[in-house]
Design a protein around this ligand. Structure first.
Ligand code: 9MR
Length: 370
């Protein structure tokens, strides 16, 4: 009886009309609900997460394109901003493929990290530099012109640069100069003198005062001599007022990496007060080059645990204000540099060759969450 009084037929009809759209909407919502949780690396990461990418795959592989767009909020230019791509002939600059990456990233509000301005490695130097025979002033002019032109082209658009890459020797921590092994020395140090590193940062800073500038190198987690000399280099630069903002720890590691050494390296690097970028992460499962290896359960588990360890330790060891982010070197196993370079089977990345998440992707995710 009471109910009848409270809800007159008129009111009931009104209520039905009012509530009907809500009921339809909630049924529809259930129909289209995706049973898979809507989680991506960037959705859980407390710092930027990225990958080194290549413009031809962006243009030709839909799975690659989609994966990069979905998972990451930062990208590094793997090869197309290296010296040989950008200035293949003296003073003839080609930014076409760098621009492809930039435009892709811009449209998605992703951060772009430019890799790299100065590297000794002949794989990334054009012949005209390798064969250049000018005097010191001519060397300085080509060095300065290259850095300034490249940084100026992307002024205000590329957030950060690896200004100098891999300048330190593995064997004794000295700045590369003469060749130890053929090709191991630095054409830059030989022709420009020991202070070329400071000047590279200076020239880059003058071309874009707002860009963050990094020294990038490998081996921090296995070579304490190199680690200490890298720290001496960057702290020395900082003390002199050279505009350096951060250090790139490449982290081309494998499933057997010493976790204790990795943590010590991160602590020492963070103590410089500079930004710390894990800049080229990949985790090899076949460091011993076993030709008969299969990507079995044990290897996948070890790799998953190592991804989780690295990401979690970075997150919990590096002070928040210094966390520039984590970047993997490539996206999926099919585009990894490792199988080609070492001529071996390997599966070092969080995505498989069709760009589907692998088990170690969950390690990466768990590391971000814990
Ligand atoms: O992945 C890059 C590969 O495709 C290039 O052939 C090579 C030479 O330019 O460089 C590779 O990237 C390297 C990066 O520039 C610096 N750190 C080590 C990376 C793997 O060799």
């Amino acid at each position: 009886m009471r109910g009848q009084k409270l809800l007159s037929p008129k009111l009931a009809i009104r209520l039905i009309f009012l509530l009907l759209p809500l009921a339809v909407w909630s049924c529809k919502k259930k129909e289209v609900a995706n049973p898979a949780p809507d989680v991506t690396l960037k959705s859980v990461a407390p710092f930027p997460v990225g990958a080194a990418i290549n413009p031809w795959l962006l243009k030709s592989n839909f799975n690659y394109y989609g994966r990069v767009a979905t998972e990451y909020n930062s990208v590094t230019t793997e090869n197309v901003l290296k010296f040989d791509f950008v200035e293949p002939q003296q003073n003839q600059f080609d930014f076409s493929e760098g621009d492809t990456i930039l435009n892709f990233a811009k449209a998605r509000h992703m951060r772009v990290h430019g890799h790299n301005l100065i590297w000794h490695n002949a794989l990334a130097l054009p012949d005209w530099v390798i064969n250049f025979s000018g005097n010191t002033a001519a060397w300085e002019a080509l060095f300065k012109n290259h850095i300034e032109t490249e940084v100026a082209h992307y002024k205000g658009q590329i957030a950060s640069w690896d200004v100098v890459n891999e300048a330190i020797r593995d064997d004794n921590g000295a700045i590369r100069n003469l060749d130890v092994n053929p090709g191991d020395g630095s054409i830059w140090r030989r022709n420009l003198g020991p202070d070329y590193i400071a000047r590279a940062f200076q020239y880059a800073h003058e071309a874009d005062p707002n860009a963050l500038l990094f020294y990038n190198d490998y081996g921090q987690e296995w070579n304490s001599i190199k680690l200490d000399s890298m720290i001496a280099l960057v702290t020395g630069l900082k003390a002199r007022g050279v505009p350096i903002s951060g250090i790139g720890m490449q982290c081309h590691i494998d499933i057997n990496m010493s976790q204790a050494n990795f943590k010590i390296a991160l602590q020492k690097l963070a103590a410089t007060g500079l930004l710390i970028h894990i800049s080229e992460l990949d985790i090899s499962v076949n460091p011993g080059n076993d030709p008969n290896i299969t990507y079995n359960y044990t290897l996948q588990l070890q790799q998953t645990n190592m991804y989780q360890y690295v990401v979690q330790t970075y997150k919990n060891t590096v002070p928040k204000a210094q966390q520039y982010g984590i970047t993997t070197w490539n996206v999926g196993d099919a585009d990894s540099w490792i199988p080609g370079f070492f001529k071996r089977k390997d599966w070092p990345l969080p995505f498989d060759s069709l760009y589907r998440p692998k088990n170690c992707y969950n390690g990466y995710l768990n590391g971000l969450k814990n």
